[in-house]
Design a protein around this ligand. Structure first.
Ligand code: GAL
Length: 339
């Protein structure tokens, strides 16, 4: 399948280029176009940044805010399926969907195709088989997102780069770690869990999982899991891997509450590069994170929607690279996000 890659904002700035060009069309041509957007939940730090940028950018491109419907799936697939039905009955011009359960994508695709409405999936990637159907049938359906394997690998590399001597605080020759996972049905959680550890073993390090728990991307859960891990196995924990920053921020609170100090007697990595996490990396309170470029992804999704509306069409997979964020470059990423 042909794949397209969009630049991260970092790469775009470094190359002094602008974002992917959208075919020329007068700004106002989109004013009467209706966009239906479904988010898996509004209660997710990263997806809140994403949705805010998505709406801002669509308005910048000439869509009327009143014609952009953004719906909260409340983390419930039945709720979201009802919302998708309503948007289809409403005859929106394009759908942008962040699935609650990507496993039900087939049914959603069928409904959109039958109604003749182009569809852009975001953030939660449908299965390979599902993506293959879009290409085989030449349907106006695409996925915009990042490959979570890369983010997991980068998390592992941040620890590998410290060297075993630094990380192996108890001197048992292994990296003793706790893993705090996002939603296990989501490939982002599956791949980050697998590939962060794979990066360690690929580098020849031995690993020991002290605890591996599901925190569902949530800060409070990140706190409770880390708190419990530190209370029961505290002394041996050398690294806490979190599938995202929200959970890492919770884990940091537990680490500091237990009187431990990141960078001295424990290491902590997340994914997303939330502003708060970047500040923690700069201050040395987090070892590192991985920038999940919500700006490039939101703009990429909106551009894909526009390309369907104008008839330009899209590849069936539009990818975006992650960027490793450590003390060395966290300030640069922060500057881009807060400028
Ligand atoms: C991931 C992100 C998480 C969470 C998840 C939702 O890409 O890193 O923080 O937002 O998407 O599907």
């Amino acid at each position: 399948m042909k794949r397209k890659v969009i630049s991260t904002i970092l790469a775009a700035v470094m190359a002094a280029t602008t974002f992917m060009a959208v075919p020329a069309m007068a700004e106002n041509d989109f004013a009467d176009k209706k966009v239906g957007i479904c988010m898996y939940t509004f209660a997710d730090n990263f997806m809140t940044l994403y949705r805010t940028e998505l709406e801002r950018y669509l308005v910048e491109k000439g869509f009327d805010k009143a014609n952009i419907q953004i719906l909260d799936g409340n983390n419930d697939q039945a709720t979201q399926s009802g919302q998708i039905n309503n948007l289809i009955s409403d005859k929106v011009d394009v759908l942008i969907i962040n699935m609650v359960t990507p496993l039900t994508a087939e049914d959603v695709t069928d409904r959109a195709v039958e109604a003749g409405i182009p569809l852009v999936y975001i953030n939660r990637e449908p299965s390979e088989e599902e993506e293959a159907r879009w290409a085989e049938n030449n349907w106006d359906v695409t996925y915009v997102g990042a490959d979570a394997r890369q983010s997991g690998t980068m998390q592992g590399e941040i620890i590998v780069d410290l060297g075993l001597d630094t990380v192996d605080l108890n001197g048992n020759g292994k990296v003793d770690y706790v893993m705090i996972e996002g939603d296990p049905e989501n490939v982002d959680a599956q791949f980050r869990t697998e590939f962060s550890i794979k990066a360690l073993t690929d580098a020849g390090l031995e690993v020991n999982a002290i605890m591996d728990e599901i925190g569902m991307w949530d800060q409070t859960n990140g706190y409770s899991i880390a708190n419990q891990a530190l209370a029961s196995n505290g002394a041996d924990i050398e690294v806490i891997f979190c599938n995202n920053d929200a959970m890492a921020l919770g884990a940091l609170e537990a680490i500091e509450g237990a009187g431990r100090k990141v960078g001295e007697d424990i290491f902590l990595v997340g994914v997303d590069a939330l502003v708060e996490a970047l500040n923690d990396v700069i201050e040395g309170r987090m070892t590192g994170t991985v920038f999940n470029d919500h700006i490039a992804q939101a703009q990429g999704a909106a551009d894909a929607a526009i390309n369907y509306i104008t008839g330009a069409g899209n590849e069936h997979y539009i990818g975006c690279d992650y960027v490793k964020a450590t003390a060395e470059n966290a300030a640069d990423i922060l500057a881009l996000l807060t400028e």
